[in-house]
Design a protein around this ligand. Structure first.
Ligand SMILES: Nc1ncnc2c1ncn2[C@@H]1O[C@H](COP(=O)(O)OP(=O)(O)OP(=O)(O)O)[C@@H](O)[C@H]1O
Length: 683
């Protein structure tokens, strides 16, 4: 707010009502001002302008007559806000004791007011990169802000009172502004600087008194526009991603108010048809009605960390959700919850295509009758699948290496179903499970009467059955050396000879071999033929162990849980803490071990919830088993091994002693060390 005191001028020339024209002219000339205030008795009752005095003199021709003065003045408290009244041309300010403190003509006051407003605007816009220049009606620059000086690269001392119109190049006529038009987004240039901005006419009492030019440096402005475009594009990309998302993305503020819903709206859970109907509501409204249990929002806020949980709803619907807290400058700002409905379809990312059934039902080798589901969430597996997909198109031999239980068979199956052979047979041969004396006949078949006990009609071997399809030689490292030579021949010649026959049969098969052994080392130790090794190792793939892709543990656990629930017709869910333990375990037996543990948990745990303690018990056994040697399954750096051992000790210790204080005494460390480790474990 601008008050009178900000703009009043000090009173200098005061004359009285008896003063002559001559005296007044003299006084004004001495003090180089234009206005004299006229005192009547003790108060200022009027004023006269030099112009009026001269007019009086011209009219009467007398210097000795008393001056005539104007009386349209208003006395105002100097601390009151500037306001103008109709028919008043002069303002006299007074203090609280009614003493006159200053004066100003209304037209001057209006000018000053504009100036002050412009200065305030300038302060407001300071740092925004907006240049401001004001001119009077003659285009003379009367005000220039610092930004304008910087943009133009010219100091205000040079610019002030210069004619702006002659300095500036503008593609439109600036006179239009002086006749009341506002010109927006106009390009102009000065001192080789390109600007873009608006010109506004400045009005006082409806009369145009000058113009204001507010402008940006064009390159900065264009950059900002580009940035805006970028953000706009990003926004539409995000919308597209959300629209194709299979997950519901819920944004909740720190108090629990639902701010946004994107992606797939799980309307069956919310029991409303549109996301608009839940926006603005409090999440507890829904959790109280058992729509989502457990309440992952509250868990996430309380524990100040990411929470992964299987949530249930009335009517046995379930979703799995990941709630992530979002912090801004150390303060919780919101929680983002990603949820996927798993009520009917378990979490499966890829489903194998149809695989031809085969009539072979041999105990020694198995034929994959149905495509298995490959469940994953990790980038590692995503990348692997992309590679496999590419390789699947070729006919080259593939060697799958990886620890036992990582899912090599499923990956072999993936290759088959992504290849052009997908509608032909996929034959899995477990090389380690076939007795040595039977391997040859199983692989290559035999003619009738080839040996005692042989089928009277003879039998086709797996290679023949796999003709046009894929043969998966699992546990290839178990193949006896004698058989390795024969296999090598098939790989080279692409033909087989049945036992008891001299006729060769051409076979067109894609070979996928798998091993959990280090074949290279076996070659060095003379246990595996080098030539066969190179024949098989055409395109090798390493399937990472589960501990190197921990993100897969949760979806796999849910997948198996759903499978076993159906199988045993039992209703059960994991608590978030139970999932935490599963995710922090190292899984030496990989996915197979996880599958077995889940089955055990389903069958053995009591109640509807599988608790953290149930999982700890299944994974680490009870107290008596503490004497078991530590789990070290591979050679690793000593520091890492010690950390693992510490982790195990703490998990088992907590299971037994329950509190960090008690456990710290037994382990001979401070409780702080235990809680630090526990925190790390949870991470
Ligand atoms: N990503 C996965 N998704 C779903 N099930 C999986 C996955 N990985 C493995 N499995 C399951 O885990 C079990 C073990 O997998 P598989 O037999 O393929 O392992 P492997 O690497 O061939 O083991 P081995 O070397 O001992 O033969 C199987 O029941 C398989 O279906």
């Amino acid at each position: 707010m601008i008050i009178w005191k900000d703009i009043l001028k000090p009173i200098d020339v005061v004359v009285d009502t008896e003063s002559t024209v001559e005296t007044v002219i003299q006084r004004l000339a001495e003090s180089r001002t234009e206005i004299a205030l006229v005192r009547k008795g003790r108060v200022i009752a009027g004023y006269c302008h030099m112009r009026h005095v001269m007019e009086q003199l011209a009219r009467s021709g007398r210097l000795d007559e008393p001056i005539s003065y104007k009386r349209d003045l208003l006395r105002v408290p100097q601390l009151s806000a500037v306001e103008f009244s109709h028919n008043i041309s002069m303002i006299i300010g007074e203090d609280l004791d009614k003493k006159e403190t200053g004066y100003i003509s209304v037209s001057e006051a209006k000018n000053k007011l504009n100036e002050l407003r412009l200065t305030q605007l300038n302060q407001l816009l300071h740092g925004s990169g907006v240049g401001i220049i004001r001119t009077n009606i003659h285009y003379e620059i009367e005000f220039i802000n610092e930004t304008a000086e910087n943009i133009l690269g010219i100091p205000s001392s040079f610019l002030l009172f210069r004619n702006y119109k002659t300095l500036l190049t503008v593609d439109k006529d600036l006179d239009r502004v002086m006749s009341g038009e506002t010109l927006v987004s106009l390009n102009s240039s000065m001192n080789f600087k390109q600007m873009s901005g608006n010109f506004y006419p400045l009005r006082i009492d409806g009369k145009i008194t000058g113009l204001v030019h507010m402008f940006f440096l064009r390159e900065v402005f264009e950059e900002a526009v580009q940035e805006l475009d970028f953000v706009r594009n990003l926004y539409s990309d995000l919308q597209a991603v959300y629209a194709s998302s299979q997950e519901q993305i819920l944004v909740i503020d720190e108090d629990g108010k639902i701010l946004r819903v994107a992606g797939l709206f799980l309307s069956k859970f919310w029991k409303v048809d549109k996301p608009e109907k839940i926006i603005g509501k409090h999440i507890s409204e829904f959790t109280k009605k058992n729509i989502f249990q457990p309440d992952v929002f509250t868990l996430c806020v309380k524990q100040k960390r990411k929470i992964t949980a299987l949530q249930e709803s009335i009517g046995s619907r379930r979703i799995w959700s990941v709630a992530t807290p979002v912090y801004h400058e150390g303060k919780l700002e919101k929680v983002v919850i990603l949820s996927r409905d798993i009520s009917h379809a378990p979490n499966q990312h890829h489903t194998s295509k149809k695989t031809t059934e085969s009539s072979v039902t041999d105990k020694l080798a198995s034929v994959t009758i149905q495509g298995k589901k490959l469940v994953y969430r990790s980038q590692k597996i995503e990348n692997l699948l992309t590679e496999l997909q590419r390789v699947a198109q070729m006919n080259s031999t593939v060697l799958l290496e990886g620890e036992s239980g990582v899912g090599k068979e499923i990956f072999a199956h993936k290759i088959h179903s992504a290849s052009t052979r997908r509608d032909e047979a996929f034959i899995r041969v477990n090389c380690g499970a076939i007795p040595e004396q039977l391997i040859e006949s199983e692989l290559f078949g035999y003619e009738k009467g080839a040996f005692t006990g042989a089928d009277r009609n003879g039998k086709a071997g797996f290679f023949e059955i796999a003709h046009n399809g894929t043969i998966f030689l699992d546990e290839i490292g178990e193949l006896p050396l004698t058989m390795q030579v024969k296999l090598l021949r098939v790989l080279q010649e692409r033909e087989i000879t049945r036992i008891g026959s001299t006729r060769t049969i051409a076979v067109d098969v894609r070979i996928i071999a798998a091993t959990n052994k280090n074949l290279k080392e076996m070659v060095e130790d003379g246990e595996f033929r080098e030539d066969l090794y190179y024949r098989l190792n055409v395109i090798p793939f390493q399937i990472p162990p589960l501990r190197e892709r921990k993100e897969d543990i949760f979806p796999l656990a849910i997948f198996f849980l759903e499978q076993f629930k159906q199988m045993y017709e039992i209703k059960k869910s994991f608590t978030p803490e139970a999932i935490d333990v599963l995710e922090s375990y190292d899984w030496p037996g990989n996915v197979r071990e996880l599958q077995n543990i889940i089955e055990r948990l389903i069958v053995l745990s009591e109640g509807e919830w599988i608790q953290r303690e149930n999982v700890l018990h299944s994974l680490y056994g009870d107290g008596q088993k503490r004497e078991k040697p530590p789990f070290v399954f591979e050679i690793m750096p000593l520091k890492e091994a010690i950390e693992k051992l510490e982790t195990q000790l703490i998990i088992r210790g907590m299971q037994k002693y329950r509190t960090a204080a008690k456990l710290s005494k037994v382990l001979g460390v401070s409780p702080a060390t235990i809680s630090r480790r526990m925190k790390k474990l949870k991470e």
